[in-house]
Design a protein around this ligand. Structure first.
Ligand code: NHR
Ligand code: GAR
Length: 203
C-alpha cells in the first residue's frame, strides 16, 4: 500500500478525480490525507465526506515562506507519504521542501509546458494566440513549473474561446491524465532517474 498525500488550495476537482480513480480501479494505495493551505478550500468538504483525513496549514498564518513550508512539511510527513500530489495548490514551495520530496512529488499544470508557466495560463494562451493548449503532469523541482514532464494532453483553442471555456476543456483532460500518471507511480512504473522521467512499459 502506498500512501498518497494531496495538497489543494480550492475547488479540488483534480483531487476528486484521483480519489475516484483510486477507488474505482482498486489502486494499492490509500489517500492518506488532503491538506489545504486555505481553511475555506471547497475540496476539504469532499475529502471529509469521503472519510479522508484532512489538515489545514494556513499560509496566511506564517510570516515567511520558510516558516510556512516547515509547518507544511511536518504536516505532510505526519502521514508518511510515498507520493505528494499538488492538485490546484497555489503556493510556490521552497527548494528546501521540494528537495525533501524529490522524485515523489507531482503537479498538474494547466498548460503544455514549457509554454505558459505560472498563473493565469488560459489568459496567457489566448493572449499568445496559440491554436493548441493543454495540461501537463510533471515532477516538482525547485525550478517552478519546469520539472521533468510525465504526461501531457492537448486540446484545440477555438475562435470564440474565453478563459472559462478553454479552462473547462483543459480541465477535462486534467481529470484524465492526472489519475493515469499517479496510477503509474503507484504501480511502481514511474520514477525520476537522474533528473529524467522514467516510465516502464509493462505490456
Ligand atoms: N513549487 C516549486 N518549487 N516548484 C514547482 O514546480 C511548483 C511549486 C509550487 C506550486 C504549482 C504551480 C502551477 O501548477 C506549483 C509548482 C503557484 C504559483 C504562484 O505564483 C505558481 C505556480 C504554481 C503554483 N503562487 C503565488 C505565490 O506567491 C501565490 C498565488 C496565490 O496565492 O493566489 O506563491 O501553476
Ligand atoms: C486546475 O486547472 C489546476 O491545473 C490549476 O488550477 C486548477 C485547480 O482546480 N492549477 C494551477 O493553476 C496551479 N497554479 P481544482 O482545484 O478543481 O483541481
Amino acid at each position: 500500500m502506498k500512501n498518497i498525500v494531496i495538497l489543494i488550495s480550492g475547488r479540488g476537482s483534480n483531487m476528486q478525480a484521483v480519489v475516484e480513480a483510486a477507488a474505482a480501479e482498486g489502486w494499492p494505495a490509500r489517500i492518506a490525507a488532503v491538506i489545504s493551505n486555505r481553511a475555506d478550500a471547497a475540496g476539504l468538504e469532499f475529502a471529509r465526506a469521503h472519510g479522508i483525513p484532512t489538515a489545514v496549514v494556513a499560509s496566511k498564518g506564517y510570516a515567511t515562506r520558510d516558516a510556512f513550508d516547515a509547518a507544511l512539511q511536518l504536516a505532510i510527513d505526519g502521514f508518511e507519504p510515498d507520493l505528494v500530489v499538488l492538485a490546484g495548490f497555489l503556493r510556490i514551495l521552497t527548494a528546501q521542501l521540494v528537495d525533501h520530496y524529490v522524485g515523489r512529488m507531482l503537479n498538474i499544470h494547466p498548460s503544455l509546458l514549457p509554454s505558459f508557466p505560472g498563473l493565469a495560463t488560459h489568459r496567457q494562451a489566448l493572449a499568445a494566440g496559440v491554436k493548441v493548449h493543454g495540461a501537463s503532469v510533471h515532477f516538482v523541482t525547485a525550478d517552478l513549473d519546469h520539472g521533468p514532464i510525465v504526461a501531457q494532453s492537448a486540446v484545440p483553442v477555438l475562435a470564440d474561446d474565453t478563459e472559462e471555456t478553454l479552462a473547462l476543456r483543459v480541465l477535462e483532460q486534467e481529470h484524465l491524465i492526472y489519475p493515469r500518471a499517479i496510477a503509474w507511480f503507484v504501480e511502481g512504473r514511474l520514477n525520476l532517474d537522474k533528473g529524467i522521467t522514467n516510465l516502464k512499459d509493462m505490456t
